[in-house]
Write a protein that binds this ligand. Sequence first.
Ligand SMILES: [Zn+2]
Length: 303
Amino acid sequence: MKILAGVFCLVVLPLVGQAKLNVVVTTPDLASIAKEIGGENVEITTLAKPTEDPHFVDAKPSFIVKLNRADVLIEGGAELEIGWLPALLDQSRNSRIAPGAPGHIACAQGIQLLEVPSTLDRSKGDIHAAGNPHYLIDPVNAKIVAQHIAGSFCALDAKSCEVYRANLKKFTSAIDTKLTEWQKKLEAFKGQQVVAYHNSWLYFGERFGLKIDLFLEPKPGVPPTPTHLAEVITKMKMDKVHVIIVDPYLNRRTAETVAEKTDATVVDVTQFPGGVKGTEGGYIPLMDYLVNAIANALAQKPK
Ligand SMILES: [Zn+2]
């Protein structure tokens, strides 16, 4: 009888271990929110590194294995991952996370996307052909995504639904409290213009009243050209723009060259927890860092 009980334990224990939802997430910002909602009930694997361009992630063969074993896939959608995810998903042969399956969470659903073109045109190399996919950098959109994820987790794992709902409430109220603080910090700079390398700061600008609409790239995904940079420099001088923000995977040297010619400051920013030192703690520490770094740079007089 003792032997039988021992065998029973050996069989049952691994099954208890597997009770967690196995969640694969494309980018670290989504992973941070999924962790807030899922807590101890989910096992999260993130595909992209925080220092990697979400449009051009290095698709390793190991990703196929991870996707094959996943119960849930969370992606940003709006074509953010179109360059690398669909082929991996096909090869993973996992119907649980196929597009349209309950285990496939495309977070752009339910988001009011900005810059959606009236006609789809990829011919000029613009990688934002379906609208601007960098919506998660607006904390209000982070709340919408959190709600979406909680709803999907509840549908897939009903026994833990109460936990997911409680976690959602906690995250939402933490964002609400912080949002007031962030808005207050950036209030003094309302209407000011900031240069970005890539057009991934639109939603942040809209939420906090900054104009982040001048870019070192001539089009999203098209590398800067000398002619375009000369135009940017002229505009910056004319309108006294003195802050350039640059993500870790973009060419900081280009930003520095423009900054030297315009007496501007280059600020290291990221949309992903862990992309820049001090942002490792998750979505809220990331926003804390961004608001402070951008406010401090704007508060400085042009060099
Ligand atoms: Zn982009």
